[in-house]
Design a protein around this ligand. Sequence first.
Ligand SMILES: NC(=O)c1ccc[n+]([C@@H]2O[C@H](COP(=O)([O-])OP(=O)(O)OC[C@H]3O[C@@H](n4cnc5c(N)ncnc54)[C@H](O)[C@@H]3O)[C@@H](O)[C@H]2O)c1
Ligand SMILES: [Zn+2]
Length: 348
Amino acid sequence: MKTPDIGAPGLGPPLRPRISVEDLLAAKNTPPMRDLADVAADTFDSDEELQEFLTFTRAERHRDLARSPDREFGWPSSVPCLHSATMNTNWADGVTRVAVLTGAGISTDSGIPDYRGPSGVWTQSPDLVAAFTYDSFMGDPAVRARFWQTYLGHAAWQAKPNAAHRALAGLERSGAAVRILTQNVDGLHQKAGSSGRKVLELHGTMHEVVCTGCHVRTSSDATLVRVADGDIDPRCTVCGGILKLAVVLFGERLDPSTVGHAKRIAAQSGLMLAVGSSLQVDPAASLCAVAVEAGHRLVIVNRDPTPYDDLSVEVIREPIGLALPRICAILAANASTTSRAPDPESAV
Ligand SMILES: NC(=O)c1ccc[n+]([C@@H]2O[C@H](COP(=O)([O-])OP(=O)(O)OC[C@H]3O[C@@H](n4cnc5c(N)ncnc54)[C@H](O)[C@@H]3O)[C@@H](O)[C@H]2O)c1
Ligand SMILES: [Zn+2]
């Protein structure tokens, strides 16, 4: 990469001064990624050099992000936050494979509260979520009783898919190669019509119960009936082990094969769409970094800032129920005009 000079005397003023590579490197962490791409476009003589610089910068930013002491506790408020009122969707051009990482925010329109939004469960009563760690659940019958009572009245049992879930199911029907990597346990993607095999439930599902002793899985219904009938700490009818909803509790390990599968999808889809997640829970959130490091575009649809905003090509702050149907319609139109890409499933 050579350092370009600043304009050429006698040829009229350049549209704007070219910035040296050194200055760009010094400032690489300052502007949002898409602004950096714009500024740097004048600095390099070839698109190849520009892309090399942007790939390097993205990876550097991710490393800084991973090292940040704030990472675990949320992102400092000084991180620039993009606002997209007009929704420039150039990033959708040529996209044939889409990975969609969904979080609790996609289900708030269905009446299920999120965790960290203003009326989220965590925001309203932090002790409740903190109480349900894997160790406390396994070690304390009173925690298990409280857990089952909390889930017995959970809004998700009655919830119906909303416009955003339906839009994603419609995108799959349009023939686009789409995979949903969901942190949600509510099953609403499948209820909306997304195929079960195309939805990876990273944090499990509340529609099944698993025995922590013999690992037998059953539908949640029968256990919930027992709880409603007064069995406050239901046990496995086969081995007597502790029963648990098949959701991943805090402190519990995610299924490694599901995570591995999700990473391969993130690395092989041209677009990662992160929808309704505060992106504070790893390893799910880090799938965004996997996509970016593989050179793919990251687009975030979320009301509040996330640690990954600065790595994305676009942040859309519109309500998800409005944004997703529009985005999916554009992606579906692309899928019908672009020659069919191999489905990510066949490649991973
Ligand atoms: N529906 C569910 O299954 C459910 C509900 C609550 C929590 N959880 C679990 O808790 C964890 C929470 O992490 P998370 O990142 O998914 O959620 P989160 O609560 O941390 O973040 C949700 C994000 O969605 C945004 N949001 C909410 N409604 C929105 C709307 N209509 N339009 C635009 N943005 C909106 C909020 O600003 C927030 O940043 C996940 O692991 C998940 O398993 C699941
Ligand atoms: Zn059992």
